[in-house]
Design a protein around this ligand. Structure first.
Ligand code: OSB
Ligand code: MG
Length: 379
């Protein structure tokens, strides 16, 4: 693989308002703050998105910690070691503990650069097997059940193949009952973002009545053991999101029987290299996976589309149309959903979508440019 010289890395801190607030058991958000990574080399620019949020709710990482780790550790590593390939980066970045979202953002930008360099869309580099991916939608907690049903109705009209609702204590069994009364057959799943513990077992077991495709992350991230105890008592397959940080934790979850399905998010696991290891491990053991989302801009979402083309992605993904998230998404043209509930995978090189530079600029709160001290001449 040909090496190329990285001339400049840029970090941009952006803020984009959601079209509708997004509420989970962790809280309600009206806008998203996130980091874009741009890497320039030989006239080409690779884009990555860091999915860390402003506050450490979903994970301990924040936009500030990710900025710090990128600026002081990961970007210097790329320059000092003359790294240009995502595989080299993934290996070298392991010397630093944790901070998977910061690592993933930079790795994704290197993948985009490599795809553009080779003239191939990322899904071909990854070994993907499909050109359109099944799309689901994640529906936040609303102010009332009628509003929840109304939102679900309109998403179903748009063609989404399945509905995921967010649940928390007091917005769980009743929400499922209301949905099943109005939409008896819709493919439905629930995501608790770790809001329960084993003492809530009897409530969670009631969810078995609603033929859910899966129940996502009922217990906190560290708790593989209690998930395995719950799974033994529930018919509904458990799916883990926050608990799965690497192929190692996927193996432990599998061996303990903590889940039957895994949600893969490239940010949570530290990059495409680790995401593919989890994918392959699960494929060999017949554990289906699907692609989760972090309310990414079109840039992060395009990356997710390429990942979701791998063969063991077996459920509709949390990858929805641009307009479900943002009035002014950061790519052209926006991501759209077909009437049968699928999204086309971009065919152009790299992420295969064009960043909308004017909107990026408008949403930027802060920008910093990094250049190698001596590096450009060598390598
Ligand atoms: O748990 O899957 C989650 C969004 C932010 C943080 C965590 C989660 C989510 C979602 C949204 O469910 C998925 C999407 O991007 O559409
Ligand atoms: Mg989740």
């Amino acid at each position: 693989m040909k090496r190329f010289k990285i001339e400049r890395v840029e970090l941009l801190l952006l803020k984009l308002p959601y079209v509708h607030f997004f509420e989970t058991s962790l809280g309600r958000e009206e806008e998203r703050e996130f980091i874009l990574v741009r890497i320039h080399a030989e006239g080409i620019c690779g884009y990555g998105e860091v999915v860390a949020d402003k506050s450490p709710l979903y994970s301990y990482e924040t936009t500030s910690t990710a900025w710090h780790i990128l600026k002081h550790f990961l970007i210097p590593l790329v320059f000092e070691k003359y790294i240009s390939s995502p595989l080299d980066f993934s290996r070298e970045a392991k010397i630093y503990r944790g901070h998977p979202m910061a690592k993933a953002g930079l790795e994704l930008a290197l993948w985009d650069l490599q795809g553009k360099k080779e003239g191939k869309p990322l899904w071909k580099l990854y070994g993907g097997v499909r050109t359109e991916i099944p799309s689901g939608v994640s529906v936040g907690i609303q102010d009332s059940f009628p509003e929840l049903l109304e939102r679900i109705q309109s998403f179903l009209q748009e063609g989404y193949q399945r509905i995921k609702i967010k649940i928390k204590p007091d917005w769980d069994v009743r929400a499922c009952e209301e949905i099943r009364k109005r939409f008896p057959d819709v493919p439905l799943q629930a995501d608790a973002n770790g809001a329960y513990n084993l003492e809530d077992k009897e409530i969670l077991k009631k969810l078995d009545e609603f033929s859910l495709l899966m129940l996502e992350q009922p217990f906190p991230p560290y708790d593989l053991w209690d998930h395995s105890r719950l799974q033994k008592e529930m018919r509904t397959p458990l799916c883990l999101d926050e608990s799965i940080l690497s192929v190692e934790s996927a193996r432990k979850a599998y061996e303990m029987g903590s889940c039957q399905i895994i949600n893969i998010k490239v940010g949570r696991v530290g990059g495409i290299v680790e995401a593919r290891k989890i994918h392959d491990y699960c494929q060999e053991r017949r554990i289906p996976v699907w692609c989760g989302g972090m309310l990414e801009s079109g840039i992060g979402r395009a990356h997710n589309l390429h990942l979701a083309t791998l063969p063991n992605f077996k459920f509709p993904n949390d990858i929805s149309a641009s307009k479900r998230y943002y009035a002014e998404d950061l790519i052209e043209p926006p991501v759209e959903i077909s009437s049968k509930g699928t999204i086309m995978v971009p065919e152009f090189p790299g992420i295969g979508v064009s960043p909308h530079e004017r909107r990026i600029k408008k949403a930027t709160l802060k920008k910093e440019v990094f250049k190698p001290l001596f590096g450009i001449l060598k390598g």
